[in-house]
Design a protein around this ligand. Structure first.
Ligand SMILES: O=C(O)CCC(=O)C(=O)O
Ligand SMILES: [Fe+2]
Length: 257
């Protein structure tokens, strides 16, 4: 999978620009710098994004250099994520199907990141600190390193472990569990040694639906544990998150009661 991502990103810009867009609602998009229009230094990274929920994507729509692997990886990571949703439901004392039945996977997205070698890494970031606007993120990183997690006011390295995946809780999981599960703030350093590749599978609800509302799960609430967040559609959460940008503040604050 990592080779497939390298094959895509190391194509000529002329080939890639055909897929370039800043509209991540398109099924397959090549894009750059989540924060292109923010005043802060630009993030040093490109992304090839697949909206896994789009049922209009045909195998031949994928770029030929990674057509063999991206849909297959997508199937495997989806299966793993469903099992994780079951385990997390059980950990909350709920029926194993609870999170799956909340459709925490119906708007999934696969983000294939490529962070080019950066001549002046101290002036920017691969990705600035943020929590994901997801329930869950399953992350595959290569051997280069640079991923860090914010813990007790320090940024701690998450060293790559061969064959291992990193699983992050996202903001919307924190919201529906009323802070039982905390979202993990993370960032990626830029480096001047070698390009870095990672693949994030975002477990999300369907962004096309405004009907379903996500608030703290009723079974987890009690007199001593009243709801801490208001309900929101997944689409509204993501719209707020994207409009705010990666400015180091938590999108969850906006939904606090
Ligand atoms: O590249 C990484 O390791 C992290 C990517 C990330 O944080 C994201 O896609 O939200
Ligand atoms: Fe992230």
């Amino acid at each position: 999978m990592k080779d497939g991502v390298i094959r895509f990103h190391e194509q000529d810009s002329e080939v890639k620009k055909v897929m370039y867009s800043r509209d991540l609602t398109k099924p397959l998009v090549f894009t750059s710098n989540f924060d292109l229009y923010s005043p802060a230094p630009l993030n040093w990274g490109d992304t090839f994004a697949w909206d896994m929920a789009s049922n209009t994507t045909k195998p031949e729509d994928f770029p030929v250099v990674c057509r063999d692997i991206i849909p297959e990886y997508g199937r495997h990571v989806m299966k793993l994520g469903m099992e994780l949703l079951e385990l997390l439901s059980e950990a909350l004392g709920l029926d194993p199907n609870h999170l799956k039945d909340m459709d925490c996977y119906k708007g999934n997205m696969l983000l294939c990141h490529y962070y080019p070698t950066c001549p002046e890494p101290e002036l920017t970031m691969g990705t600035t600190g943020h929590c994901d606007a997801t329930f869950l993120t399953v992350l595959l990183q290569d051997h280069i390193g640079g991923l860090q997690i914010h813990h007790q006011d320090n940024w701690i390295d998450v060293p790559p472990i061969p064959e291992a995946l990193v699983v992050n809780i996202g903001d919307v999981m924190q919201l529906i569990t009323n802070d039982r599960f905390k979202s993990a703030e993370h960032r990626v350093l830029a480096n001047n040694i070698a390009p870095r590749v990672s693949v994030a599978c975002f477990f999300r609800a369907d962004l096309r639906s405004q009907e379903k509302l996500y608030g703290p799960i009723k079974e987890l609430l009690s007199e001593d544990n009243p709801p801490r967040y208001r309900e929101t559609s997944f689409a509204d959460f993501v719209a707020y998150f994207n409009a705010k940008g990666l400015d180091g503040t938590s999108a969850l604050q906006h939904f606090k009661l």
